[in-house]
Ligand binder design. Structure first.
Ligand code: ATP
Ligand code: GLN
Length: 142
């Protein structure tokens, strides 16, 4: 069973206790990514259907229409995962491993420092709010 804690934490700038891993991925890879995240104890995930424009978007189509024409946007899924600093590297590795095909259009990941986490039900803030209790992640080192 893999542990959720990363071996080495790089010096992210700016420094924060929590980070949001925001990954723009191929829609058909998302279920693989989320089940792999579950296996390392990550259960708090938000996904949205989005449409984007990157290197893929699309060298072929661009010849025909304007770069800004709506039908050039490619369907993607955005996964947003807020985790504590020492979980970031494990989450990044998992996403890359599960989402990568090696072809143009695999997506991109943005790492965003988070100021605070507030649980609406209890009003808890910070570590207490970020930690998911009572479930699967309790099986892992927490
Ligand atoms: P509670 O114990 O009150 O249920 P919770 O921490 O389990 O609180 P939920 O209320 O179940 O949180 O979460 C609501 C939604 O917030 C989830 O469906 C998910 O979209 C999003 N979410 C929760 N935690 C995270 C997280 N760490 N990262 C990204 N999204 C999250
Ligand atoms: N850090 C939380 C925990 O250890 C998990 C966060 C998440 O699931 N996004 O329980």
């Amino acid at each position: 069973v893999p542990t959720i804690r990363a071996q080495r934490i790089p010096e992210y700038v700016p420094d924060a206790k929590f980070y949001k891993v925001e990954a723009i991925l191929r829609p058909w890879r998302v279920s693989q990514v989320s089940s792999a995240l579950l296996k390392i104890g990550i259960r708090g995930v938000t996904v949205s259907d989005v449409r984007g424009f990157g290197a893929q978007g699309g060298s072929a189509e661009r010849h025909g229409g304007s770069e800004f024409s709506e039908d050039n946007f490619v369907a993607k899924v955005k996964m947003e995962i807020v985790v504590s600093k020492d979980q970031v590297e494990a989450v990044l590795e998992t996403i890359i491993q599960e989402a990568r095909t090696g072809e143009i259009g695999d997506g991109k990941i943005f790492l965003v420092p988070i100021s605070d986490v507030i649980r609406v039900r209890t009003g808890e803030r910070g570590e207490k709010a970020e930690k998911m209790t009572g479930g699967r992640s309790d099986l892992f080192i927490n």
